[in-house]
Each structure stands twice: as structure tokens, then as C-alpha cells.
Design a protein around this ligand. Structure first.
Ligand code: BTN
Length: 270
């Protein structure tokens, strides 16, 4: 019984699209190393903004901080969006927050409460459901593209996770107790993504930041952050994200701004 529960072929995805540009151009492959790598190459070849790069499985799915991302056939949504934003390149990293909020809104719609862990994981308790990897491609002196890679654990059963990640990963199907039609769910993500992105281009990221705060599982918690650069550690209370998306941590009177790192919520004294 190797039949897939559903398909993410372009014709199936198109049935569920309610967007102007997002996903209107689809680069599908049954198997690739990483949709982010493919998307970067396509961006260099001038692929249009909103193009969707999607694969049934990735042989070398990439995560943040050079980690691997497990992306087996039929179990999830492994895709990258190519964006050519009108906003300044300094705002491009906020596309990560935008992506997290778009997926969170689609999850809420199917009745799964989203918990965004700063900056960009979507969790259920301690277990990860969604990972996001945003990368920049410079295309000339002023021109650039943003590649937003999103991995959603959709139809995994407990036994589909490797031994080494089964305690730190979960899926929408496990939470809901039933499989989810991936193309339909993708259509909803792209719809939210396009609306928020258009708004960000015209009015800035205010709405994205507010929605991020609403879905956050990090704010107002006592946390420990391991700094991505030098592995140094700080503990304190996550009080807000600033206008750039950095996490503001109150370490006992002093507010520290964290730009990149791994956050864990401390069990005691939350
Ligand atoms: C993370 O959790 O560290 C980020 C994971 C991002 C995974 C997605 S799957 C689609 C796209 N292609 C990749 O190689 N990575 C992203």
C-alpha cells in the first residue's frame, strides 16, 4: 500500500488557488534535493514573483542553522516561494514572520491552534509542526529576490518520524486525528500569504507583526536563548518583538535585543 493519500500535482493545486499571482506559476518535481536551492536558481533565471517551487520529497531538505530537514514523500508540504519585493532589502527578513503568520492563519481555519515559537517555528507544545527558512538572492546592484521555504508536517503518523525526531516533531494529522488534503491546505496558505504580502508592500509590516504577536507562544514567557553566533546563553522574559522582528528579552531590568538564536521556554516560573 504505497498509494499517496492525496496529490500535490500542479493541476490539483490550481483547483484550490484563490490568488492573483501566488502559485499561479508552479515548478513541481517528484523529488529534488531542496526546493530552496531550486527556487534560488529559478530566481536567477528571472522566475516571476509568487512562483511556487514544490516537491513531493526532498533528498537534502535544509533547515535553519545548516540543519537537515526531514521531508519524506506524501507526508507534508515542502515548498518555496520566489518573491521579488517592492520593499527595501532590509525588510526582507520579515518575510519569515509573514510566512509564519500565513501558515498560522490557515491552521486556525482547520481548527489547529497555532503556536509560533520565535522566530519561525510553529509548534504544538514542545513538538514542531512547521519550519521556515528564508534566504536572499541578490540579482544585481539593486535587484534581489527572497526565497521563503516552508515545510509543514501534514500527514505523518507517529511511526513515520525517525527515532531521533519523534519526540520533537508532530503533524497536523496527529493533532486532528485525520489526514488533511495537502493541496487544499496549501491553497489557503497561499491566499493568506498573498494578502499579507500585498499589504506589507503597500503599508509595511504592522499587521504581520500584530498577528505574529497574537499567535506567539514565546511572548510573555520566561525563556532561555542560545545565541546562534557564539552559543552564548541568556535567560529572561520575552516581552515583545521590535519593528525589525528582533526578540526583546527582559533579563531583569535590562532589555536585550536578540537577532538570531534558539529559544526554549523555561518550565519553572512562567
Ligand atoms: C527549520 O525548521 O529550520 C527550517 C526548515 C525549512 C524547511 C523547508 S522545506 C521546503 C524548503 N526547502 C528546504 O530545503 N527547506 C525549506
Amino acid at each position: 500500500m504505497n498509494e499517496l493519500f492525496d496529490t500535490i500535482l500542479p493541476e490539483t493545486i490550481k483547483k484550490y488557488l484563490q490568488t492573483k499571482t501566488f502559485g499561479q506559476k508552479i515548478f513541481y518535481s517528484e523529488e529534488t534535493k531542496s526546493t530552496n536551492i531550486d527556487a534560488k536558481n529559478l530566481a536567477k533565471e528571472n522566475a516571476s514573483s509568487g512562483s511556487l517551487v514544490i516537491a513531493e520529497t526532498q533528498g537534502a531538505g535544509r533547515g535553519r542553522l545548516e540543519r537537515k530537514f526531514f521531508s519524506p514523500k506524501g507526508k507534508g508540504l515542502w515548498f518555496s516561494l520566489i518573491l521579488r519585493p517592492k520593499f527595501d532589502i532590509k525588510d526582507a527578513p520579515k518575510c519569515t514572520l509573514l510566512a509564519a503568520v500565513a501558515v498560522a492563519a490557515a491552521m486556525e481555519e482547520i481548527g489547529v491552534k497555532p503556536e509560533i515559537k520565535w522566530p519561525n517555528d510553529i509548534m504544538r507544545g514542545d513538538k514542531k509542526l512547521v519550519g521556515i527558512l528564508t534566504e536572499l538572492v541578490t540579482l544585481g546592484a539593486k535587484d534581489y529576490a527572497v526565497i521563503v521555504g516552508i515545510g509543514v508536517n501534514v500527514n505523518f503518523a507517529e511511526e513515520d518520524f525517525h527515532e531521533d525526531i519523534k519526540n520533537i516533531a508532530t503533524s497536523l494529522a496527529i493533532i486532528k486525528g485525520e489526514n488533511i488534503e495537502r493541496a487544499k491546505f496549501l491553497g489557503r496558505i497561499l491566499c493568506y500569504f498573498e494578502k499579507l504580502y500585498e499589504k506589507a508592500e503597500t503599508e509595511g509590516f504592522g499587521e504581520v507583526l500584530n498577528l505574529w504577536r497574537k499567535y506567539s507562544a514565546t511572548l510573555n514567557k520566561n525563556i532561555r536563548v542560545i545565541n546562534a553566533g557564539d552559543n552564548s546563553e541568556i535567560t529572561g522574559r520575552a516581552v515583545d518583538i521590535d519593528e525589525s522582528g528582533a526578540l526583546m528579552v527582559d533579563t531583569g531590568g535590562k532589555i536585550i535585543k536578540v537577532l538570531a538564536g534558539d529559544v526554549s521556554v523555561r518550565e519553572m516560573g512562567n
